[in-house]
Ligand binder design. Sequence first.
Ligand code: ASN
Ligand code: ZN
Length: 322
Amino acid sequence: PALRDRARRTLALSSAQAADRLSLRATTPSPTEDFVPNRTIHDALHREQLPGRTVRAEGAPATGDKVVDQAYDWLGATFDFYEAAYRRNSIDGAGLRMISTVHYGDKYDNAFWNGEQMVYGDGDGVVFTEFTGPLDVTGHELTHGVTQYTANLEYYGQPGALNESVSDVFGSLIKQWHLGQTADRADWLIGQGLLAEGIHGIALRSMKEPGTAYDDPQLGKDPQPGHMDHYVDTYRDNGGVHINSGIPNHAFYLAATAIGGNAWEKAGRIWYDTLTGGSLAADTDFAGFAAATVQTATRLHGADATETEAVKQAWTGVGVPL
Ligand code: ASN
Ligand code: ZN
């Protein structure tokens, strides 16, 4: 009977897992139930065809390709972060499969979310190293998915810069959570370790001091402003989405460090609820987003709370009017 019992339990477990894989599980499990990720890593074999050959499915052992295994682990860390910090079940909040392709293209110098999956280049080794390296890069790209399923901020101008900033905010928070760092201990860098040897810089972006991440003959100078006085009006980069994101990035840094403690708990919760709460239009601008974060802080902590005051001060500090 013991054996039969065990067999039955095993069967029950595997059918539950099978249901997960087919996404048949209820999308609103009980508050105590653990969410489980469903990751698949593909290899593009240096071509630009997606998704490429499947090289590691959920639960499969490490492959020995450090890029494949890093992508798998960072997807797991990002999944765990969203569950632990905000009780979110994957990218769409309903257990969406997490799909990534590595070794995309030839010396491809970027990583991206294409609306359905993540894609990583290996970098050219001259300017950039492998994009699977830094955890916050995976967190950034995957958060584009979270934004797509929630506020769906359009990828142009100020809403586009907010879209970019939200990806940096949660990319940084995932790293801080993984390292167990409080706001005052965090480096607030995005893509630290991504610049190849010899490039004069420390990261892709700095939320603490936008505009100071790199200054290099090959890469140019970090173009990010940290204040509305230096807002960049441009048609390039979808209207400067990776440039002007420095402004809301720095606002988040100011709020999180003023509040103190673990940034994902209070400041992160305010930003997360604002992003996912359903009150943001797709064309929300900086002022609209700022007002929405103040509203969220007020709802969570009260109008006169230090947290709400910190959020107001943060936006004022970067020149966004409230
Ligand atoms: N890594 C960039 C990003 O996520 C890629 C892009 O601009 N499409 O924003
Ligand atoms: Zn991005």
